[in-house]
Write a protein that binds this ligand. Structure first.
Ligand code: SF4
Length: 276
């Protein structure tokens, strides 16, 4: 077993890797293509101000499960997945548990199931041994959902506690490989909806060659209750969800309409029309 710098040693049961699972969603409609069974994993190093799942932050807690146990829970729902759907591993941050993700996706591929990895990208590094493990995981991953929370690294750090250089490096690496991705951007009024930065982000996404879809996720306050319950200060007190106009504006500046699928979109198309 290769060393994981985040969870070391990796827990096992009867020789099988154990994952720390926060919760399961049997009918996910917004976590990748089609209808999907989603496992939200426990543990995240970022501290996004808008995070609505602070209960996923803590590492090494949650329900321990082997990949086979996860598949056993997912397979009864297979009839709902159709051609596009399948299994998504999400978070917290799934890339803090790459060994587990690898086992799950290997087993998915044995069953012919579509695999989707939903990540904030923060654990990405080209350093070994992590990089080899990630590359192996990519062999079994059909598509990734990658959040770019802010295009400016200083602003990213203010918002999440982490700079964004390695997250952009992940995007560029996946582009080099031609691995399909959906890019997602949470729109928070006054923090991530500045036109200058949205344009910059839109331009950056256009440099990537593998983007199937770009999604603007409007900030919401549904997680506030959890902060109260957990006794954590909510740092976006008083910030309201974005208006329909601002959402539309962000979608325009991020050229959302250009991304209709890997085969139909080519880098550079419509760049001029969008004034980028
Ligand atoms: S990366 Fe996701 S889980 Fe982690 S703090 Fe940010 S929004 Fe929350």
């Amino acid at each position: 077993m290769k060393a994981n710098p985040y969870i070391n040693p990796v827990p096992t049961k009867d020789g099988q890797v154990l994952g720390y699972v926060h919760s399961l969603e049997t009918f996910g409609a917004v976590d990748g293509p089609g209808i999907r069974f989603v496992a939200f994993m426990q543990g995240c190093n970022m501290r996004c101000k808008f995070c609505h799942n602070p209960d996923t932050w803590k590492k090494n807690v949650g329900t321990q499960m082997t990949a086979s146990e996860l598949l056993e829970k997912a397979l009864p729902y297979r009839a709902f997945w159709g051609e596009d759907g399948g299994i998504t591993l999400s978070g917290g941050e799934i890339l803090l548990q790459p060994e587990f993700a690898l086992e799950v996706f290997k087993q998915c591929k044995e069953h012919g199931i579509s695999t989707c990895l939903d990540t904030c990208g923060a654990p990405f590094t080209r350093r070994e041994p992590w990089f080899s493990l990630f590359n192996e995981l990519l062999e079994y991953t059909d598509i990734l959902l990658v959040d770019i929370k802010h295009i400016n690294s200083d602003e990213h750090k203010r918002l999440t506690g982490y700079p964004n250089e390695n997250i952009l490096d992940l995007c560029e690496y996946l582009s080099e490989l031609g691995k399909p991705v959906w890019i997602r951007h949470v729109l928070v009024p006054g923090i991530t909806d500045d036109d200058k930065y949205l344009k910059e982000l839109g331009k950056y996404i256009k440099t990537l060659k593998n983007v199937e879809k770009v999604e603007v996720l409007p900030y919401h306050t549904m997680g506030v209750r959890k902060y109260k319950e957990m006794g954590i200060k909510y740092r976006l007190e008083g910030v309201e969800p974005p208006t329909a106009d601002r959402i539309e504006n962000a979608e325009k500046l991020l050229c959302v309409a250009d991304y209709k699928g890997y085969l139909t979109w080519k880098p550079g198309i419509n760049t001029k029309e969008q004034g980028l």
